[in-house]
Design a protein around this ligand. Sequence first.
Ligand code: T3D
Length: 270
Amino acid sequence: MRTDFQNVLVEQDENVVTLTMNRPDVLNAINTLMLEELTEAVEAAAQDETIRCVVLAGAGRAFGAGQDLTEFASAHAGSQPLNVSEHLAKYHRLLLAIRHMPKPVIAAIQGVATGITLNIALACDIRIAADNARLREGFARIGLVPDGGGGYTLPRLVGLGRSMEVALLAEDISGAEAERIGLVNRCVPLSELDETTRALAKRLANGPTRTYQLIKELMYKSVDRDLQASLHLEGQLQEAAYATADHREAGNQIHGQIKASQQTIVRRRC
Ligand code: T3D
């Protein structure tokens, strides 16, 4: 995949690719170019079969400070008012590309993660936060509703009551508190963030990628369905999982182990 982006660093280590939002001087605030580049990189990672896990990170001392407000302000000041739906559609393309990624996506969050950058992290499958993380649904502070899928992901991750508090008060949430309420999966010391993320990414990259894709589909579709529909989907996806080489291989191994243990029992009985 392309690696010569201006605002996104692309580093591949074996089957893991790390996409790093790279405007550290402005805490990785997302401008038009970064959004285009990140979307292109995420879509390319989805297609690239040498990649089996994607990590999203921020350069410097922050994960990201949300939409670039200077770019936003110039759009507001211009003679043409910003077409909000068109503007948001570009973010939606990125969010859907992350959600539909046929392999796991991990967000590694250090320092500030606010506004739409936080909501991009919430679209990822797993979030690891450093203990210096400051997560904030900052939209209400600038008179906006949580966009970038926040209205969807937030209540599903932390529940409706808590998501109201998070969105209405728009206060900083520490990494430890984010772990406690389920906004992130794990909070680790900053010095361990890279290593923890790398180890998890490698573990996932060495796992059954096709099965992970099916698990993602099952989980994400099921949160929007009733039990009956989820059970129906589960049947369809399990059929696909049964057909994978990973399942056959694991099944053969387990079968071999069971046979071996049975033989031991038989021998003991003799
Ligand atoms: O529909 C849409 O697209 C709109 C959607 C918007 C969704 C959103 O993302 S809403 C949230 C937007 N983000 C914010 O409101 C955050 C604004 N930034 C801050 O409140 C503070 O910078 C932080 C609390 C994030 C960090 O504070 P601190 O003291 O650690 O750093 P700083 O000194 O404020 O920031 C460092 C630099 O980054 C600074 O530039 P300078 O002065 O050194 O040249 C600052 O202006 C710049 N920066 C920080 N955030 C943004 C930014 N520049 C552009 N846009 C930003 N969002």
